[in-house]
Ligand binder design. Structure first.
Ligand code: NDP
Ligand code: 8X3
Length: 251
């Protein structure tokens, strides 16, 4: 039987690398994101290996999330794996100088978007008494770092939601787990610093950061364990990183 996986935030970074790796496994893929051009490119690129369906919506919009899931055609309608990956940091400012628009974006996307997606997909999993939800958290969900305040809060919320989901869905035999990366070089810092590419690239200078493919590899490992094995909470950092603030940079 073919596995169907839905990945949010598939247009870039960790989500895109996961889509590429899952396609090689022959999984049916539902790829989500706001940038339609990129979704089309992925469909052309990965459609050679497997069946792809794309959904173009903003996870902040609750109505759009539910309509998107309801619109899935028959052959994609049973989601075996949900990768709740869409998210970003917006800004890196002390709490007294932070922008409420940035706070809204992070809480609306990283927390509420993840909840809406889960709410839209979970009923079919509870009905079938099977399914696997991977929540992409962060080391920022395990410790708070200077100026990380609201991003860290959003990822601490993902940590709590991951635990809560696992508890509440336990009776249905649904697997729930989080993958919490440290520094991964993606478009993450471009978004955080609003297109200031020099500031963004400085984040990853002087050490070997994780690549999105490293996280995709781990996600594939997580979803390919025998069904009685649930990787509940996994933290992964570059070797050069010991914590959010301790990175062995050779500049
Ligand atoms: P990228 O910026 O490369 O990718 C973010 C993805 O999220 C894009 O595909 C983007 O698609 C999607 N996205 C963002 N906002 C929305 C929205 N409102 N609606 C729908 N989709 C959205 O960053 P990463 O790959 O690094 O980030 C992926 C996840 O990994 C995030 O949850 C992030 O917090 C987490 N993470 C990242 C780390 C890092 O160091 N890079 C470390 C730890 C965790 P589009 O713009 O097309 O909508
Ligand atoms: C992304 C990692 O350290 O930039 O979640 O918050 S960090």
């Amino acid at each position: 039987m073919t596995t169907t996986a839905l990945i949010t935030g598939a247009t870039s970074g960790i989500g895109k690398a996961t889509a590429e790796l899952f396609a090689k496994q022959g999984f049916n893929l539902i790829l989500c994101g706001r940038r339609e051009e990129r979704l089309k490119e992925l469909q052309n690129q990965l459609g050679r290996d497997t069946a792809i369906f794309t959904l173009n919506f903003d996870v902040r919009n609750r109505g759009d999330v539910f309509s998107a899931i309801e619109s899935l055609p028959e052959e994609f309608s049973e989601v075996d794996i949900l990768v709740n990956n869409a998210g970003n940091a917006h800004g890196l400012d002390p709490i007294d100088k932070g922008s409420p628009d940035d706070w809204d974006a992070m809480l609306d996307i990283n927390v509420k978007g993840l909840l809406y997606m889960s709410k839209a997909v979970i009923p079919q999993m509870t009905e079938r008494k099977s399914g696997h939800i991977i929540n992409i958290g962060s080391t920022a969900g395990k410790e708070v770092y200077p100026n990380g305040n609201v991003y860290c809060a959003s990822k601490h919320a993902v940590d709590a939601i991951n635990q809560g989901m696992r508890i509440d869905l336990n009776a249905y035999g649904i697997r729930v787990g989080a993958v919490n990366p440290g520094l991964v070089e993606t478009e993450f810092s471009d978004v955080r610093f609003k297109g200031d590419s020099e500031r963004a690239s400085n984040v990853y200078k002087g050490f070997q950061p994780l690549r999105p493919e490293d996280i995709a590899d781990i996600i594939l490992f997580v979803v390919t364990r025998p069904y009685h094995v649930n990787i509940a909470d996994l933290v992964v950092m570059p070797t050069a990183q010991a914590s959010s603030t301790i990175v062995n940079k050779q500049l």
